[in-house]
Design a protein around this ligand. Structure first.
Ligand code: GLY
Length: 378
C-alpha cells in the first residue's frame, strides 16, 4: 500500500492518503481499524449506495449510521446540506462520531461541509470514487455548496483525518466521468513540470484506456503534487490558487450551460486550460508550440478543446455566441471567487511547468476573448 503524508504546518491538521487497488472493498473495516470511535456516519452517493446495496437513508446498524447524498451539481445546495445536518442530528451523533464521505466530488464537498460544521467539527474520512475526486477534491479540505451567486460560494476548509483511494473502483466509472478526472491530471502536469507532462504524452493511450498501473501512478503523483500546494498554502491565499488553472474560463462555461449535466466540470476545465494557454500566447507570454502541445494532449485523450464542442449532445445546443455576450456571463465572471475590485485573477501558463497567478483582467476582455475563440480558430 502506498502512503502519502500530507504534513501541514499545524501538525493536528496533518493526515495520510492511503492508495491501493482493492483497498475499499471493505471500507468500513478500513475506517474502523484506522480511526477508533463509538459511532460512524457514512454519507454515501445515492447512486453508488443503490448499486452496492448500502443500507438505506436513515438506517442504523451497530456502530454505523447511513445517509444518502443526491449527487450532481444541481443537488449541491444549502437545502441538501441542511437536510443532511438535521438527519445526522436525529441519529444522536456525538463529537466523537467519524463522518465518512463515499462518492465523487459533490458528495465529498457536501459531506466535508457537514463534517466541518456539525457539532462545530467532526473527524472526516474521504473515500473518493471518481477519478476527479481521487486526484483533486478529496485532498486539501475544501468543501461547500453552490449558492445563487455562484459555485462553491458557501463552505469551509476542514482537512480530512484520512483519505482512502482505491483505483479499482474506477473500472465501473462512466467514460465521460473518467475523462473529467483525466482533465485534472493534465492540469496538474501543466502546473507541475514538463517531465510529468511528457510522461502523460508518452502514456496517453494507457491514460485514456485506464491502464491500472499507469493510472495508479498518475493518481499518486497528483496527490503528492496537490499535497505540496496545500502544505504551502492551506488557507488558499496564495500558491494554492494556481490549482485553479483553467477554472475561471471553465466556471463561466459550466455556469452558462446551467449545471444540467450537459457540460461536466472536467470538460469545462479542459477547454478552460486551452483558453488560458491561448490567452497567454495572445499576450506573448507563452510559446505557441507549448499551447499546441497542451491542446493536442487533451484532444488525444478524447477531451473537448474548444467551446463549441461543449454541450454538443443537448437536444438544443447552447448558443455560445449569445450566452457569452449576455449579462449572465458578466455576472458569473464578476462573482468568481478570484475576482477583486481591480478585476479578475487568472492562472496563466508561461510554459508547461510554469504557471502564474496574474491579476486585474477586466471581465469584458475575458468574455470578448472567449467569444472570439468559440470555434477554436487559433
Ligand atoms: N481544487 C482546488 C483546491 O483544492 O485548491
Amino acid at each position: 500500500m502506498l502512503t502519502i503524508d500530507v504534513d501541514l504546518k499545524r501538525p493536528s491538521h496533518s493526515y495520510s492518503i492511503l492508495l491501493e487497488s482493492g483497498l475499499c472493498a471493505d471500507w468500513r473495516a478500513q475506517v474502523e481499524s484506522r480511526l477508533a470511535s463509538s459511532s460512524y456516519l457514512a454519507l454515501v452517493d445515492a447512486n453508488l449506495a443503490e448499486a452496492h446495496d448500502i443500507p438505506s437513508h436513515g438506517c442504523m446498524e451497530e456502530k454505523w449510521r447511513y445517509l444518502w447524498v443526491q449527487p450532481g451539481e444541481e443537488n449541491k445546495h444549502l437545502e441538501q446540506y441542511a437536510a443532511l445536518c438535521e438527519d445526522a442530528l436525529h441519529f444522536g451523533i456525538t463529537r466523537d462520531t467519524v463522518l465518512v464521505a463515499v462518492g465523487g466530488g459533490v458528495t465529498g464537498d457536501i459531506a466535508g461541509f457537514v463534517a466541518s460544521t456539525l457539532l462545530r467539527g467532526l473527524r472526516l474520512v474521504q473515500i473518493p470514487t471518481t477519478l476527479l475526486a481521487q486526484v483533486d477534491s478529496s485532498v486539501g479540505g475544501k468543501n461547500g455548496v453552490n449558492a445563487e451567486a455562484g459555485k462553491n460560494m458557501v463552505g469551509t476548509i476542514h482537512q480530512p483525518s484520512l483519505v482512502l483511494i482505491d483505483p479499482a473502483v474506477l473500472d465501473s466509472l462512466p467514460r465521460r466521468e473518467y475523462l473529467a478526472g483525466v482533465a485534472e491530471i493534465v492540469k496538474t502536469a501543466v502546473l507541475d513540470s514538463a517531465e510529468f507532462f511528457s510522461e502523460l504524452q508518452k502514456g496517453s493511450a494507457k491514460l485514456s484506456s485506464g491502464d491500472h498501473e499507469f493510472i495508479a501512478d498518475a493518481i499518486a503523483r497528483c496527490c503528492r503534487i496537490k499535497s505540496g500546494f496545500v502544505k504551502d498554502d492551506e488557507r488558499d491565499t496564495g500558491r494554492r490558487q494556481l490549482l485553479n488553472l483553467g477554472h475561471t474560463f471553465g466556471h463561466v462555461l459550466e455556469s452558462l450551460a446551467g449545471y444540467d449535466g450537459s457540460v461536466v466540470h472536467g470538460e469545462a476545465v479542459a477547454v478552460g486550460m486551452v483558453l488560458a494557454c491561448r490567452f497567454s500566447v495572445a499576450r506573448s507570454t507563452m510559446k505557441q508550440s507549448e499551447a499546441d502541445a497542451v491542446e493536442t494532449l487533451l484532444a488525444t485523450l478524447g477531451l473537448p478543446t474548444c467551446i463549441s464542442q461543449l454541450g454538443a449532445d443537448r437536444s438544443e445546443p447552447i448558443e455560445w455566441s449569445a450566452a457569452l455576450s449576455s449579462d449572465d456571463a458578466v455576472a458569473v465572471i464578476a462573482a468568481d471567487k478570484k475576482a477583486e475590485s481591480s478585476g479578475v485573477n487568472l492562472v496563466l501558463p508561461h510554459a508547461i511547468g510554469d504557471c502564474r497567478l496574474e491579476k486585474g483582467f477586466p471581465p469584458a476582455d475575458i468574455l470578448r476573448f472567449m467569444h472570439d475563440h468559440i470555434n477554436g480558430g487559433w
